[in-house]
Design a protein around this ligand. Structure first.
Ligand SMILES: [Fe+2]
Length: 456
């Protein structure tokens, strides 16, 4: 491995796991879905039938089964396992009421291909998938740019045309909610961003998009989703009343400055009233987005049931975005680290169930994560599929033999034995790999809801 990694400008010493979750919470980050702790009792999925007692080797947040050990009840459960990326599974003959199907007779080993040429059909299939992925990314980027223009416009006119801005925001939120609810499988993509001086807009749109993705996962109805989206978009509007020097201070705030800053949710509520934003659900998000379940938040120190579900969602997403996107990029957490840090607060600050659902929608390796794979390639996660619970999200790969414009993309279904073994910080990359993968200094996400009802 050292030789290959050397060509990326890395050595085994310079690569280290950037962070891990606490043991009790952690998904088995390096766990291959195909590890075989019970080799004598493992079967391929095509041998599975109802009545077989199985043991899942996935973590609790990677699947929706009630227990990890259970008797297969129907074909639907087998299909669900297949969707999870499981190809082999451990089973217990003693607790099974049916026997697995017999193994297929061993087929003779296929003849070695005559040459290195790829099967034309397989190649065509791969190229079609690649084209489709690039098309989806491009479509998301276009939707993102249009939405960002609308956010900039409405935010810059808040003071002079408050009601008009609220109306425009309502339209953007409604279109986004409709698109997301129309396509439950819509994908979350990493966006490339270039502007640096517009953090406020990036943050507002990012929090809105991720909150809606989490809200959908949490089962919010369309009305709750609209309140959530509007509250998320305007959650920090009260910062307009906090002096720039306080909001952007490089050194720690004084006690007086901290007290002042902690009023921004209350200022936001006042501003919402002036703007004509009267939706109580959205206003609650603005008021409560810094409250913690244990009462340690601000401005009111509210606890558990006093904090609305949409406000709990925005609290998680807001914290994630702020961890990933510090003004000093070197202090930013990687997406993987940010999830880890949120987990350390689990049960104290954030809603347990919502946090687990956030990991489900973002993936253990959220878009923007840079990782070394078990085949010694280096890549960056591009997207998170809504229904994807495996540990191998779509990734763009570094390949010195291919121009970066045509960089290979590894899809979750490609070669399931390849798994992530380590995550890296962008600064650990050589200049060449950095330029190739182009990790973003600001992590922004947008969804691709296909052609149906996507935001104009
Ligand atoms: Fe805030």
């Amino acid at each position: 491995m050292a030789g290959l990694l050397g060509q990326y400008g890395l050595s085994p010493v310079t690569i280290k796991e950037t962070s891990t979750f606490a043991d009790r919470d952690i998904p088995r980050l390096r766990h291959s879905l195909h590890d075989a702790p019970m080799a004598e009792n493992r079967i391929s999925l095509d041998r599975l039938v109802p009545g077989v007692f199985v043991r899942l080797e996935l973590d609790w947040h990677e699947h929706d089964f009630l227990n990890a050990n259970f008797v297969i009840q129907n074909q639907g459960q087998i299909e669900e396992l297949r969707r999870l990326g499981v190809t082999e599974i451990a089973y217990d003959p003693k607790r099974s009421t049916s026997r697995p199907l017999p193994a297929k007779a061993a087929a003779p080993a296929p003849a070695a291909p005559a040459g290195p040429r790829e099967d034309p059909l397989a190649r065509a299939r791969r190229e079609r998938k690649l084209k489709d992925r690039r098309h989806r990314i491009q479509r998301s980027e276009e939707g993102y740019r249009r939405s960002m223009d609308r956010v900039k416009h409405l935010m810059t006119h808040l003071g002079s045309q408050g009601p008009e801005s609220v109306r425009e925001a309502g339209e953007l939120v409604n279109e986004s909610v409709d698109a997301m609810l129309a396509d439950q499988e819509s994908v979350l993509h990493l966006m490339s961003t270039t502007a640096k001086a517009e953090n406020l807009y990036f943050h507002a749109l990012n929090v809105m998009v991720l909150s809606l993705i989490l809200g959908r996962k949490a089962g919010l109805n369309s009305e709750q989703m609209r309140q959530l989206g509007l509250g998320a978009l305007f959650h920090d509007v009260g910062k307009a009343r906090i002096p720039y020097a306080v909001c952007n201070k490089e050194t720690p705030l004084t006690r007086a400055e901290e007290d002042f800053f902690r009023q921004h949710p209350s200022y936001g509520v006042e501003m919402a009233a002036q703007m004509g934003l009267n939706d109580p659900g959205a206003v609650a998000v603005i008021r409560q987005h810094h409250e913690h379940l244990d009462g340690s938040g601000y401005p009111r120190g509210l606890k558990t049931d006093a904090i609305t579900v949409p406000a709990r969602i925005v609290a998680i997403v807001n914290a994630y975005d702020e961890l990933c996107n510090q003004r000093d990029a070197e202090r930013s957490s990687t997406p993987h680290e940010a999830l880890s840090q949120l987990y350390r607060k689990k049960g104290n600050w954030y809603d347990d169930r919502l946090l687990a659902q956030f990991v489900q929608v973002m993936g253990v390796y959220p878009p923007g994560t840079i990782a070394v794979l078990s085949n010694e390639r280096i890549g960056m996660v591009l997207a998170t599929e809504n229904n994807q619970r495996c540990l191998r999200p779509p990734m763009i790969l570094y390949d010195p033999d291919v121009p970066k414009e045509s960089a290979p993309i590894l899809e979750p279904g490609d070669d399931p034995d390849i798994v992530v073994v380590q995550t890296l910080r962008p600064l650990q990359l050589s200049e060449e790999v950095f330029d190739y993968l182009n990790p973003q200094t600001r992590l922004s996400y947008y969804f691709d809801a296909g052609n149906r009802n996507r935001p104009a």
